[in-house]
Each structure stands twice: as C-alpha cells, then as structure tokens.
Design a protein around this ligand. Structure first.
Ligand SMILES: Nc1nc(=O)c2c([nH]1)NC[C@@H]1CN(c3ccc(C(=O)N[C@@H](CCC(=O)O)C(=O)O)cc3)CN21
Ligand SMILES: CC(C)C(=O)C(=O)O
Length: 283
C-alpha cells in the first residue's frame, strides 16, 4: 500500500548529480496549496525570502524574519510530497558568524523538515557554508545579484558588466562551491558571465536572469503566473495571467451580489418550509 508519505522526495544529492545533465526545474512556493500544484512539475521548491515582497508587500527582502520563513516552510512541506524543499535564511539571521548561521539553519531544518537552506553570499560566506555543510546542513548558495545586499548595491541591477565585477562573481561562485554548497543560485548576471560561472564550478548552477546554459532555472511563481504586479524584472516570462483572472472574478462576484443574483437557490441550505416570513417579525 502506498501513502503520500511513502513517496520519496528528491534529495540534495539527486539535485547535485544533475550537473551538466537535464536542467533542474525550480520554482518558489510560499503556501501549501501552491506547493501542491507545483510539486508534480518541479525538482526543487524554494521557500524564498522574496515572500516578503510578494506576500507581505515589503519594499525589499530585508524585513523578513526567521519566524516568517519557518511558517511558510512548514506550509510548503505540508503541501508537497516529491520536490526537494529548500528554505531561505533571511537577512540578519546568518551573516554575523558561522555559529549564528548554524543556530538559525538548525532551527529552520528542525521546525520545517526541509532538506536544506539557501543563503546569499560569495567568498565572505564560504567559511559559513563549510561550517554548515560540515555539520550536516545542506546549503544552496546564491551569488550575483543578492537582494539582501540591495542597499549596498544601489538597487536591483544586473551584475557582471564590468570585468572586475565579473571576475569577482566567478571567484564568489568558486568559493561557495568549494565550501560544499550542493548547488548555486546565480541571479541577475549578464549572459556570458553566467555561462562562464556554470562552466567554472562542479555543482549545478540554477539561473534566474542568468543564462540558458545554466544547469537549471528558477523563477518566482507569482511572477510567471501573472499574480505579482508591483514590478516585473526583464528575466520573467509570464506563462499565465492569473492576476487579470482574479480581478475579473472579483468584479463578476461584486456585480452579482449587488444585483442579488448571488447566492442562487443552489447555494442555499434547504430547510422546513415553515420559516417565518419576512414581515412576521416584530420590526
Ligand atoms: N516577485 C519577485 N520576483 C523576483 O524575481 C524577486 C523578488 N520578487 N524579490 C526578491 C528579488 C528581487 N529581484 C529583483 C527585483 C527587481 C528587479 C528589477 O526591477 N530589475 C529591472 C532593472 C534592472 C537594472 O536596472 O539593471 C529589470 O528590468 O530587470 C530585478 C530583480 C529578484 N527577486
Ligand atoms: C528568486 C529566488 C532565487 C530567491 O532567492 C527568492 O525567491 O527569494
């Protein structure tokens, strides 16, 4: 007999083994129902701290807390059964020291049951990545455009146009891969650089605004579904326009309620035909 819990999830090892093979398919998920819809189609579900901007309407990801990541990580674990689930460590919860990163990551892993964590950073975070990996916590790296460094970078801009910056990103990717990351997210980098980075490291490079030459791709699900309208980065392709459908549905509902066409008889509970008539009351 097979139950949902019998289904073996993709592991970080199966993801790592995809280097140079079939592209790794990855999407973000923040809620149980969306995780359930995406799960059959992806290798990896990322509970990204982009949820601060997408779900909570924050201007950047900097205000996201560990408690928020845990609540959404738990929801995504409940809603999925076969994808490998990775949860982002939010700003301020890991940069201080390898010890701080370990405490945060261990709590996220213990309370969500996820397979590993993602953290942003290059050479400066390599020691921390090695510290976590050496203690049993799989790490997904994240280099290139690092949204948690938006203030230092002066905005969400593509990286790697100038040669010194390009070389720095290659070195960052090499350092995080050498520290033991099972894969890397490479975000918002010019295409030739993304190709170079992918060739330079032994682990899969999962691109977003990077290159088709990467070993996999990730997008924010709400972006590809047309559910997020605050901004649309150039790298987003919209595969559906669900935002427009939500607006149409709400407008149709409002019109029917106003016209007393909703609810119809089929939406009302049947009861004894002896209910008091409207004007039988004492008003
Ligand atoms: N909904 C959503 N999608 C994302 O991809 C995403 C988030 N939120 N939040 C966290 C980060 C922030 N990201 C962003 C945010 C804005 C741009 C953006 O506006 N890019 C412009 C300008 C680029 C430039 O000046 O070089 C673009 O045209 O792509 C890009 C990535 C990517 N991540
Ligand atoms: C866009 C992906 C890679 C991410 O880091 C996030 O969702 O926070």
């Amino acid at each position: 007999m097979s139950t949902p819990s019998d289904v073996r999830r993709a592991t970080v090892r199966t993801i790592a083994a995809r280097k140079g093979g079939d592209p790794v398919v990855c999407l973000t998920a923040y809620t149980a129902p969306m995780a359930g819809l995406l799960d059959p189609h992806v290798d990896l579900l990322l509970v990204g701290d982009s949820l601060g901007m997408v779900v909570y309407g924050l201007p950047t990801t900097l205000g996201v807390t560990v408690d928020m990541m845990i609540a959404h990580g738990q929801a995504v674990m409940r809603g999925s059964q076969r994808a490998c689930v990775i949860v982002d460590l939010p700003f301020g919860s890991y940069q201080e020291s390898p010890q701080q990163a370990f405490r945060t990551a261990a709590r996220v892993m213990a309370e969500t049951g996820c397979a590993g964590v993602k953290l942003e950073g290059g050479r400066e975070m390599a020691e921390t990545v090695a510290f976590l990996v050496g203690r049993g916590i799989p790490v997904l790296g994240h280099v290139g455009l690092k949204p948690q460094s938006v203030n230092a970078a002066g905005g969400f801009r593509a990286h790697g146009r100038d040669p010194a910056e390009a070389e720095a990103i290659v070195e960052d990717a090499r350092a995080v891969a050498a520290a033991g990351a099972f894969a890397l997210v490479l975000e918002g980098t010019v295409e030739p650089l993304a190709r170079t980075v992918t060739a330079a490291v032994p682990c899969p490079v999962i691109g977003i605004g990077a290159s088709p030459a990467c070993d996999g791709q990730v997008l924010v699900s709400d972006d590809l579904l047309g559910l997020f309208g605050a901004f649309t980065p150039r790298f987003v392709k919209r595969y559906a326009e669900l935002g427009a459908q939500v607006s149409e549905a709400a407008a149709a509902y409002a019109a029917e309620v106003t016209a007393r066409r909703f609810p119809g008889p089929e939406h009302c509970f049947k009861g004894p035909a002896t209910a008091p008539s409207r004007d039988a009351g004492d008003d």
